[in-house]
Design a protein around this ligand. Sequence first.
Ligand SMILES: [Mn+2]
Length: 358
Amino acid sequence: MKVGLGIPGPILDDDTLTFARQAGATHIVAHFVSGQLGESEDGWLRGGLRRSYPGDSRYTFESLVDLRERAEQRGLRIESVENFAPADWYDVLLDGPRRDEQMEYVKQVVRNVGAAGIPTMGYNFSIAGVWGRPHRATARGGALSATFADTEQTPIPKGMVWNMVYDPVLYERSIAQGDFVEPVSQEQLWDRYTRFLTEIVPVAEEAGVTLALHPDDPPLPELRRTARLVHRASIYDRVLATSPSSVNAMEFCVGTLSEMPDQDIYEVVEHFVATGRIRYVHLRNINGRVPAYRESFIDDGYVDLQRVLRILHEGGFDGVVIPDHTPLIATSSPWHTGMAYALGWIRASMKAIGALEA
Ligand SMILES: [Mn+2]
């Protein structure tokens, strides 16, 4: 297996690429648009609304090539780009009037990723996105970490999707008038997802890009009145069956999967590694499950992640594992410190089971 680092958009620069290599990563997940609430350049905790702007230049062929080359200069490979920008595909998620036009844009992004020599596009098919997970001093030593408790859910204002605002005027008017995004049923969501997948898979095949779907975090059947796609591990089976193509694969988030109730995470990993369609892995630990959980340090949750790595390795997975998010360590650079800790732990754990490549 290979060790990667997911780098959030605001700090995806040469310094952070150098940091990644020094901390032991060989692969990068370029996280242009992040589902994490409240991330910012200065410690990832500034609150407030996050905006999404259409036509982000980072998704162009030239920009993606530039990124790949800057990574390669440091001995790194770009494994994946994560997430379509909400402003570029909100009507694909909402089945709105611009749906077909936005699908064309999404297809072009996939073509650009492939043409630039990047093998994977990670995505979430989620209307509510990541929501309701404030950071609290709940991890070891009082480290700030994401927590979730299933409290009262507010409906989604119009002009917002995936917890980001794509149309501020519509958003303000929606709140003023109390007029929100209509409820979305499981049936509606699956109809939208199936249409999306059916259209995008042939494009991805031609572009040489594997599409990797992240599960819904927090994993509830419904959030803010809208259905969620992969809120139980078994639903990944339905995703894989919806298109049998090998480019229809999983962005396998062990943390989110461990948050799901009524299932054994080790059995889940064993089941899905056998499909051969885990594209890459988000590795993090957790304490508790839905309806209440808190993210923990990688070695401090209820999951034995060394056992998870062993199951992946023995199941033939040889792809990239990234730390996902971590609690913030109290230094002048909390994100870097948390990631360096997780990367070291992952490298040592892989080495201990003979699974570390490079
Ligand atoms: Mn994840």
